[in-house]
Design a protein around this ligand. Structure first.
Ligand SMILES: C[S@@+](CC[C@H](N)C(=O)[O-])C[C@H]1O[C@@H](n2cnc3c(N)ncnc32)[C@H](O)[C@@H]1O
Length: 275
């Protein structure tokens, strides 16, 4: 099948955005970072762990395998669809994970309930991130750890700069803004200040450099689009425009194309503090 025929077959949405997120984004992006996050948060056997804004639950699942049956894990997210996929994906995991739908700015837990609170790539989406970190502090036991990750700005994410620009040009401003939204303009000091404002004293911030790989540029664009809140409007884009979009991304990212598809660096801040 030629590239053109493949592209012209269209992007049918066979699944919901949360299902696509779990299938397409978790394995190449969020799973490797989740392993690192629970390492940073020093999750140990017997710990009571909260995964704030858990999405489809990758951090909670990784934490469950660490804490064993003497510990416990709760995952909380505001999005019902994400929680539904989290529940289904973790059905066979022991110890079983408790899933809660709720708002991170008003955590439905008593004070000092957890030993470790993790929050992977979500602080940038909260209307009031300081209020969320205050809540995290409230539910942490004295001596407990918080571990957060937040992507570095778009300039440090070569594949996503190009994808955001191409989406803006070919699918509209809203699509471009959506693809930029995971990458806030915060630097490490902004993050340290934010976490200190919420009441943590000794805050550590490190820069972590990873990568993301997809089997082709087309799959990179298709999978990212299918997993986003704008999946439907992007899938509805005219085929010719979609081919132009993929071509623009291919042209701009040719230096990252190899025999196995496309690979690009991704950089994140990791923030930790003790209560
Ligand atoms: C990029 S996803 C990260 C999900 C997950 N931490 C992971 O690593 O796969 C951001 C998540 O933040 C959640 N979220 C946004 N605002 C929230 C809020 N106020 N309270 C709880 N969750 C929220 C979204 O529903 C989404 O699942």
């Amino acid at each position: 099948m030629s590239n053109h025929e493949r592209r012209s077959s269209g992007w049918q949405l066979e699944q919901s955005a949360p299902e696509a997120y779990e299938r397409y984004l978790v394995p190449p992006i969020f799973a490797p970072w989740a392993d690192q996050l629970i390492e940073t948060g020093d999750v140990c056997e017997g710990d009571r762990v909260l995964d704030v804004a858990c999405g489809t639950g990758i951090v909670a699942r990784r934490a469950a395998s660490r804490v064993g049956t003497s510990g416990s894990v709760v995952g909380l997210d505001i999005n019902e669809g994400m929680i539904a996929v989290a529940e289904e994906t973790a059905a066979a995991i022991q110890p079983s994970i408790e899933w809660r739908q709720g708002d991170a700015t008003d955590l439905p837990f008593s004070d000092e309930r957890f030993d470790v609170v993790c929050c992977q790539q979500a602080l940038q989406f909260f209307d009031d991130p300081v209020a969320v970190v205050e809540e995290i502090q409230r539910v942490l036991t004295p001596g407990g750890n918080v571990a957060l990750t937040v992507w570095r700005p778009l300039d440090y994410q070569p594949a996503y700069v190009v994808l955001a620009e191409a989406l803006e040009r070919h699918a509209g401003d809203e699509a471009g803004t959506m693809m930029r939204s995971p990458f806030p303009v915060w630097d490490g000091e902004d993050l340290r200040t934010l976490v200190q404002e919420a009441g943590f004293d000794d805050v550590s911030v490190t820069i972590e450099i990873g990568s993301v790989r997809y089997p082709s540029v087309e799959e990179f664009v298709r999978r990212e689009a299918a997993s986003s809140p704008l999946a439907e409007p992007i899938a509805a884009v005219d085929r010719e425009l979609r081919d132009e979009l993929i071509q623009a991304v291919e042209d701009a990212l040719y230096t990252y194309v190899d025999d196995e598809g496309i690979v690009s660096p991704m950089e994140s801040y990791a923030v930790t503090a003790d209560r």
